[in-house]
Design a protein around this ligand. Structure first.
Ligand SMILES: Nc1ncnc2c1ncn2[C@@H]1O[C@H](COP(=O)(O)OP(=O)(O)OP(=O)(O)O)[C@@H](O)[C@H]1O
Ligand SMILES: [Mg+2]
Length: 243
């Protein structure tokens, strides 16, 4: 479903944010990209969405080559939840969620019912929350609205940059549960960036550990716990790698 091959981003001659990243995800799979701050996670995600143009490499989604089509239309096929929810402060919840559909001139009735349906899914009742502005929501609620916004056009692929970051453990756990149930229903192919190995173990069918622009290991929980690729992986799992 998603195949990334030798993806590279050199911002300046002395800044290689992503050196060589390759991985594959099947339809319905969740991949978690994890690694220390500055290792190239956000840059990788933005290249897949073509918010950043890769220096070289290949991105295939369902057989389509990302780099051979127009960037704007590509981006509309892929849901993107940016780091820190990124809601527009001057728009209420309903308008934040439906922004892209409005830009695409979707029919009013469709927009209305889709927003209502999504707010059901994220567990924020429409009547209660639709007119609220981001500042009137908790951090966790803002992150949920960010997720609903990314789902509005029902994209087959969802990219999420630390969608559960900066939450207390209780809210985070309940959002994990909701998210897991959601994907059982929706069957999207999802990439989640996280700092948290427990979160990656919990949500990721596949875990992609990065360090300084390269992938150190790709695998599932058992691979990481029983067959760590090297000392860095072992130390990372033990929480001994600090940023
Ligand atoms: N526009 C840019 N121009 C130059 N360098 C950049 C740019 N964006 C990111 N970088 C650098 O590229 C590297 C990777 O950045 P990136 O944002 O991908 O890291 P990250 O893994 O997402 O980190 P974090 O966990 O802190 O969000 C960093 O060293 C960063 O300083
Ligand atoms: Mg980042």
């Amino acid at each position: 479903m998603i195949k990334v091959q030798d993806l590279k981003k050199v911002f300046k001659p002395n800044i290689t944010a992503v050196n060589s990243v390759s991985f594959e995800l099947e339809r319905g799979e969740i991949g978690c990209i994890i690694g220390t701050s500055g290792c190239g996670k956000t840059t990788t995600l933005k290249m897949i969405n073509r918010l950043i143009e890769p220096t070289s490499g290949k991105i295939l989604v369902g057989g389509d080559d990302a780099l051979s089509v127009d960037a704007v239309s590509w981006r509309r096929k892929i849901g993107y939840v940016i780091q820190k929810a990124g809601l527009l402060p001057h728009l209420n919840v309903k308008d934040n969620i439906s922004l892209l559909s409005k830009i695409m001139h979707k029919e009013k009735n469709f927009i209305e019912s889709r927003v209502e349906e999504l707010m059901e899914i994220i567990n924020m009742p429409y009547a209660q929350f639709k007119d609220r502005f981001p500042i009137e929501l908790s951090g966790g609620q803002q992150q949920r609205v960010g997720i609903a916004r990314a789902l509005m056009e029902d994209p087959p692929v969802l990219l999420m940059d630390e969608p559960f970051g900066a939450l207390d453990p209780i809210t985070r756990n309940s959002l994990h549960e909701e998210f897991w149930n959601l994907n059982e229903k929706l069957h999207k192919t999802i990439i989640i960036v996280t700092h948290d190995m427990d979160e990656a173990f919990k949500l990721g069918h596949k875990i992609i550990l990065m360090h300084k622009g390269d992938i150190v290991q790709v695998g599932n929980k058992a691979d990481f716990l029983e067959r760590p690729a090297n000392q860095f992986v072992e130390d990372f799992i033990k929480g001994q790698v600090h940023e």
